[in-house]
Design a protein around this ligand. Structure first.
Ligand code: ADP
Length: 262
């Protein structure tokens, strides 16, 4: 697959990686990691070579979502070798703390650890490296986006008012002149719920089309709306992202979003 070189010369270039996409959210718990893992699978299905870096210092959940909770990356020629699961190259801060061990990463330490996961790892050739950022906006985010040439960012939000307020801060951060990372768009997660017994009824549990309206007001694309679906949650807990399901209903939602990112 031909992928255009979009990487700008900013931060330290990572040889072999064509596009680095940061997946961000204003708040925690909106489904950022779930979206990141399903988009990674979808980009792979579209024929790309994909890596996923879990930089969520507060609760790295990618190892569980990819069923590699107890994996320990090895090193080769002084470089960390990512763990492969479902064809995705993975590194997570979670690989470096024991099971059930709470690790509180302090700012500088977290930045250093993330720096190593990005620069001291043998990612090989990748069309896309997705970075699952910690929620919110802060020093860690700034150091990541300054340190690596991030090609673009996507912001995940629920339609809820309080979540959306923080999305604006996220967008503002990426658009700061010294950061200047293009925001590819907003993804509305948990957009609505449709019960099986009442398929014609949509319930807007967290509010109606909030992210869509915000995207319009910020002049950004809405990359997609993902409903609340029980099997999306189950798939994440089970360690096999929902985008891998045989039934195409859920995979198609994520594929359509992935297509808008490429
Ligand atoms: P974040 O990374 O923003 O903290 P997670 O991806 O961990 O959020 O998601 C929070 C919880 O919501 C998880 O239990 C996840 O399985 C669930 N979840 C995320 N998106 C959906 C969805 N569209 N439908 C149902 N459950 C979801």
């Amino acid at each position: 697959v031909e992928v255009p070189e979009k990487q700008e010369i900013k931060g330290k270039n990572i040889p072999g990686i064509k596009n680095i996409i940061a997946i961000a959210s204003g708040k925690g718990g909106v489904g950022k990691s779930t979206v990141a893992s399903n988009l990674a699978i979808s980009l792979k299905k579209l024929g790309f070579k994909v890596g996923l870096l879990d930089a969520d210092i507060y609760g790295p959940s990618i190892p569980v979502m990819f069923d590699v909770e107890n994996a320990k990356p090895t090193s080769k020629d002084h470089k960390m070798v990512p763990i492969e699961s479902y064809g995705i190259q993975l590194l997570s801060l979670g690989f470096f703390s024991g099971a059930n061990q709470a690790v509180v990463w302090r700012g500088a330490m977290a930045s250093k650890a993330i720096h190593q996961l990005i620069h001291d790892a043998d990612w090989g050739e990748l069309d896309f490296l997705l970075i699952d950022l910690p929620p919110g906006t802060g020093d860690i985010h700034l150091s990541i986006v300054q340190e690596v040439p991030v090609t673009g960012s996507v912001i995940v939000s629920t339609p809820q008012h309080v979540a959306l307020a923080d999305v604006k801060k996220g967008v503002a951060m990426f658009q700061m002149p010294e950061i200047n990372v293009p925001v590819l768009g907003i993804i509305e997660n948990m957009a609505y719920f449709v019960p099986k017994e009442l398929p014609e009824n949509k319930y807007y549990i967290f509010g109606k089309k909030g992210a869509q309206k915000l995207a319009e007001s910020l002049d950004l694309p809405l990359l997609g709306e993902i409903p609340i679906i029980q099997s999306i949650r189950e798939a994440s807990d089970y360690g096999r992202p929902a985008a891998l399901q045989e039934d195409e209903l859920i995979p198609n939602i994520y594929i359509e979003i992935a297509k808008k990112m490429i």
